[in-house]
Design a protein around this ligand. Structure first.
Ligand SMILES: Cc1cc2nc3c(=O)[nH]c(=O)nc-3n(C[C@H](O)[C@H](O)[C@H](O)COP(=O)(O)OP(=O)(O)OC[C@H]3O[C@@H](n4cnc5c(N)ncnc54)[C@H](O)[C@@H]3O)c2cc1C
Length: 401
């Protein structure tokens, strides 16, 4: 029943950056995203959720359409698009299938820090493979006692001759069980707190002392695996260092701009997916007819939700543009987009379920799936309480400027 929106339809030709003749325009990339979503991702979404299977077909179809690593440079396998094009693509995927959107965006969350801090050798080895989905990536920060409070990180990295020896554990790592490469944050000096945090590249099949746990049973996004990782005297070669010793926290701050944009885009997409399915359901029952005066409350509720989704999309797009402009206010704008758009996803899906009455309980309609999927976006990439703290801190700093 879902009518998948082709996102390219929202972007006009006037809004397109010039590209060389053989390179796809941003409109073309968005059109391709719409096709992959309609033909491959949406038809499989209910099964992926029900069986909790990793959405390989969707991930590969997105990569085959040239949509992997959209904002990354072309010479590394990306498409050098603006961030808003990446966000619209994530939203389109998330509208259909939350699991696939998380797996897809985690590829960029892994590739982005390698692009920012990696050596040419590291970049050439991993980024094109991640863009093409020939390699799967993960990014590992959270620990049993450290996530929001990064400085409490207890995973250690000790230099031993030519190697780095890693000990510790990570939890809730997306793609962690299938990853070929993990961007790992560990402390090279516990006494220095944040300033000891250092990033590494872990080529998972080439190292001893690394183990990934079994995928957790989850509330939502059940096809996107979330696992614990353990490191026991895991020796990494010296060239596994990503960036400089002690620069991991700065890299993390840069990385979360991208991952929070992704979460915000998922919020917009999941809201849109829930609303589209609910609108179709109501239309099928004649509830959208102008002659059906008895359904006016319902029509007005749908109209309000549509306006709210559109407002969320505008906030997201403006945050993307500030990131691309490297504006001073970008970090706060991203936090606001993450806070607002992920809450929007939960609220719109919840209100849509209310409108469905007892049919809210029907898994085949897909709306309850959007609510379960959306709830997780409020939690990861910095909880919404943490985003509120960051926004409040920015307001204090603005008064002092
Ligand atoms: C589906 C899923 C996928 C994930 N994928 C990844 C991944 O790929 N890589 C990765 O590294 N991590 C990942 N995570 C982890 C996630 O990013 C963290 O769990 C999240 O950021 C919260 O951090 P925490 O676990 O330390 O929670 P805590 O900080 O312990 O939070 C617990 C509660 O306390 C609140 N809280 C914490 N500090 C404050 C404060 N100062 N003031 C007010 N309230 C506060 C939080 O908002 C939350 O409600 C994933 C999590 C989930 C659920």
């Amino acid at each position: 029943m879902t009518q998948v929106t082709i996102p390219g339809e929202r972007t006009t030709e006037d809004d397109v950056l010039p590209t060389s003749a053989h390179m796809p325009t941003e409109v073309e990339l968005l059109r391709r995203a719409g096709v992959v979503v309609a033909e491959t991702i949406f038809p499989d979404a209910e099964r992926v959720d029900r069986e909790g299977t990793f959405p390989w077909a969707g991930l590969r179809a997105l990569a085959d359409a040239g949509l992997g690593g959209l904002p990354l440079p072309r010479e590394l396998g990306g498409q050098a698009t603006r961030t808003r094009i990446y966000a619209e693509t994530v939203a389109a995927v998330a509208a259909a299938c939350g699991s696939t959107s998380t797996v897809f965006m985690t590829q960029l969350h892994c590739a982005h820090p390698i692009h920012v801090a990696g050596t040419p050798t590291q970049q050439e080895r991993w980024i094109p493979a991640l863009c093409a989905a020939e390699a799967v990536g993960a990014i590992a920060l959270t620990e049993p006692d450290a996530g929001s409070d990064v400085a409490s990180m207890r995973t250690t990295a000790k230099r031993d001759g030519d190697a780095w020896v890693i000990n510790g554990s990570k939890i809730f790592i997306s793609n962690g069980d299938v990853a070929d490469v993990v961007v790992l944050f560990a402390s090279a000096d516990l006494a220095r707190g944040k300033d000891g945090i250092t990033a590494f590249l872990v080529p998972t099949s080439e190292v001893d002392g690394f183990e990934a746990g079994r995928p957790m049973k989850k509330l939502g996004q059940k096809g996107a695996s979330t696992v614990a990782l353990s490191f026991e005297d895991c020796r990494l070669p010296a060239d596994a260092l990503l960036g400089e010793v002690g620069q991991g926290y700065r890299l993390l701050l840069e990385s979360v701009k991208t991952s929070r944009i992704s979460a915000a885009a998922q919020g917009v997409g999941m809201a849109e997916g829930a609303l589209t399915d609910t609108t179709s359901y109501c239309a099928d029952r004649g509830l959208l007819s102008a002659r059906n005066r008895g359904a006016q409350d319902l029509q007005f509720a749908l109209a309000r939700l549509r306006a709210e989704v559109q407002a969320g999309r505008a906030l997201l797009t403006s945050a993307c543009d500030l990131v691309d402009a490297d504006a001073a206010e970008a970090a706060a704008a991203v936090s606001m987009a993450k806070l607002h758009c992920t809450s929007l996803g939960v609220r719109v899906a919840d209100e849509c379920l209310e409108l469905l009455g007892p049919d809210a309980d029907r898994a085949d309609l897909g709306v309850e799936r959007r609510l379960r999927d959306a709830k997780l976006t409020e939690i990861y990439d910095g909880t919404n309480q943490v985003q509120s703290m960051l926004i409040a801190r920015d307001m204090r700093l603005a008064l002092e400027r």
